[in-house]
Design a protein around this ligand. Structure first.
Ligand SMILES: Cc1cc2nc3c(=O)[nH]c(=O)nc-3n(C[C@H](O)[C@H](O)[C@H](O)COP(=O)(O)OP(=O)(O)OC[C@H]3O[C@@H](n4cnc5c(N)ncnc54)[C@H](O)[C@@H]3O)c2cc1C
Length: 570
């Protein structure tokens, strides 16, 4: 059965920085093309680009350089990034920030002399983070959305992509199968080029920062389509997620890094400062080090009422804290905490996946016609992402993908889909509707436990082996669990089931990649292999749906470990 079908020259999945930039660039390159943006939520209101607080890394100042930004990215990524992708990131970020300001209408903060203000962000040798207060993402996504609305770009809102459909021969993508969440009906969109920009999102961890619409659907679809994912073991944790109990979605949301930067202290359950015992930089150490120290303290059991730790700012003077961190003070007050003068419960929180679909500098993938950009794409950041390189990544590669798709479709026609693949995808999605209602909440709790305890901040072989068994069990049990509701319109239990299916599949990939990397590097820490291997022999993990992991050598195309592109450091 082929469901109702519509055609589009270009189909974009996701409406974050990557998806919207792709739409605008494709439209600019070829205004006659039909372009459709399909999104699980509402355009302009969902995804993580909107949530960007800190800002956007770009080498603008004359004392800075793209070479310096590049070296920070490579060294921050512990020599695992693909160097051509990282080079694209730092060089094209300069073009994109000018486009954001001068063509799309973003207002970023400025210095008294009129130059763009750039602030310090951890892990960088230069203050290069462009921002709009601490609500940079709202400025970017609002302007992008307005520009998309103003053009002849089609929108499919509250449409969830459920399968990438290939041709019967499997040699190219033919289109994408959706569920219209408002009615529960299926829709197939044929397209000459498709962009995967659904934004990854490590929401399989008990504590996490990304928006709730992100459940790794794009990565799960890519695996099912036979594509390889790289660097999946690399999950970044932010040290200070708010911890206010599991009854509130505020738990897990970020309390910004500036609190530690300004001199905030982390305390254990008995209110003793513990970070100096772990690192000379104490609370100002990098995200991975602080998260590890916090997790170790929590494992000792000396925790706060909700099972975390405290951040304390009062010694800096409540008036100063209220003035410098107004938004954070208000956020904490909403949850009953006094950040300015008291203690706030915090916990490390899963923030970003460095891993994603293997892709080339022109955003192509191994499946002809399928492009990828943003957080769904792997290889730009290697073992760690610098704060501020996330939104740069999504806007830079979104624009590249838009240009590349506009060029690609010139020589491409629409392709016929494999109708058996559509049938199989519909059958997969229908299964939970046909089975008796089960306890999805209990399955989600088990997923949270497995990923947090065994595939999170501290990992070891036996924990990862146990996790893989547990995840296999969860996948099988989810298959037997139904949602038992006949109504299809806005059936959130049904979508919860589909979310869990994506999350379990991608969790399996994370656990398998983590087991394969027998060293510690960047965000990936193995208690049984605490050292980093030889940088010269750096290799990245590449995993497919059957669980096979291949270690592929990193090509040092621009600089080798021990060298630098900076003249004074050479
Ligand atoms: C709280 C927070 C603060 C951050 N702060 C910063 C910062 O200061 N600087 C920085 O550089 N980075 C920051 N990041 C990271 C940054 O937000 C992301 O790296 C980047 O915005 C991702 O862009 P994207 O376009 O790939 O995905 P997103 O912007 O997340 O968009 C993904 C889109 O895909 C849609 N989607 C998902 N699944 C489907 C589906 N099945 N079908 C259709 N559509 C789907 C979603 O609804 C959404 O529209 C932050 C992240 C968070 C969570």
């Amino acid at each position: 059965m082929v469901p109702p079908t519509r055609d589009s020259d270009i189909l974009i999945l996701g409406a974050g920085g990557a998806g919207l930039f792709a739409a605008l660039h494709a439209h600019k390159a070829a205004p006659q093309l039909s372009i459709t943006v399909a999104v699980k939520g509402l355009l302009g209101k969902c995804g993580c680009t909107r949530m960007v607080q800190g800002g956007y890394n770009v080498a603008l100042a004359k004392e800075d350089s793209v070479e310096r930004h590049f070296m920070d990215t490579i060294e921050g990524g512990k020599w695992l990034p693909d160097q051509e992708l990282a080079w694209q990131l730092v060089t094209l970020a300069v073009e994109r920030i000018h486009e954001l300001e001068n063509e799309l209408g973003c207002f970023f903060d400025r210095n008294p002399d009129g130059t763009v203000h750039q602030k310090a962000f951890a892990g960088q040798t230069f203050d290069r983070t462009v921002h709009k207060g601490d609500l940079t993402g709202i400025e970017i996504i609002n302007r992008l959305a307005e520009q998309v609305w103003a053009r002849r770009i089609q929108r499919l809102e509250e449409h969830r992509a459920v399968e990438l459909i290939k041709t019967p021969a499997g040699d190219a993508i033919a289109g994408v199968l959706f569920i219209d969440m408002r009615t529960g009906d299926y829709l197939f969109v044929r397209a000459r080029a498709v962009l995967l920009a659904t934004g990854g999102g490590p929401t399989m961890y008990r504590y996490h920062t990304p928006s709730g619409d992100k459940t790794c659907d794009g990565l799960a679809m890519a695996l099912r389509a036979g594509l390889a994912l790289r660097d999946m073991e690399m999950v970044q944790f932010h040290p200070t997620g708010l911890l206010a109990g599991m009854h509130t979605r505020m738990t897990g949301t970020v309390l910004e890094e500036g609190l530690r930067g300004a001199g905030g202290h982390l305390l254990n359950g008995t209110r003793e400062r513990f970070m100096p015992a772990y690192d000379a930089k104490a609370e100002r150490a990098t995200r991975d080090l602080v998260s590890r120290a916090m997790f170790t303290e929590m494992r000792k059991g000396n925790t706060t009422p909700h099972g975390g730790l405290y951040i304390s700012m009062g010694h800096l003077g409540p008036a100063r804290v209220r003035q410098e961190f107004k938004g954070m003070v208000e956020r904490c007050a909403d949850c009953g905490f006094d950040l300015a003068g008291g203690l706030v419960e915090v916990v490390p929180t899963a923030h970003y996946m460095m891993g994603g679909v293997e892709f080339g500098p022109d955003c192509t993938t191994a499946l002809p016609g399928l492009f990828v950009a943003g957080e769904d794409a792997g290889g730009v950041h290697g073992a760690n992402r610098l704060g501020g390189n996330g939104v740069a990544n999504s806007t830079v590669f979104g624009a590249v993908a838009g240009d590349a798709m506009a060029a690609w479709v010139r020589s491409q026609g629409l392709r016929q889909p494999d109708s058996r693949a559509i049938d199989a995808a519909i059958a997969r999605c229908e299964r939970p509707l046909a089975s008796a209602r089960g306890d999805l909440e209990a399955l989600r709790e088990r997923l949270y436990d497995t990923m947090w305890e065994r595939v999170g901040i501290l990992r070891n072989a036996s924990g990862l082996a146990q996790a893989r068994t547990e995840l296999d069990g969860l996948a099988a049990e989810l298959e037997r669990t139904g949602v038992g509701e006949s109504t299809r319109a806005f059936n959130l239990s049904w979508h919860d089931w589909l979310n869990l299916q994506s999350l379990v599949a991608v969790s399996q990939a994370i656990a398998q990649a983590a087991a394969a990397r027998q060293e510690s590097r960047g965000a990936h820490y193995r208690e049984d292999f605490p050292n980093t291997g030889a940088l010269e022999a750096s290799a990245y993990t590449s995993i497919r749906a059957d669980g096979t992991v291949t270690m592929k050598p990193v090509a040092f195309t621009r600089v080798r470990p021990g060298q630098s592109l900076l003249k004074h450091a050479a």
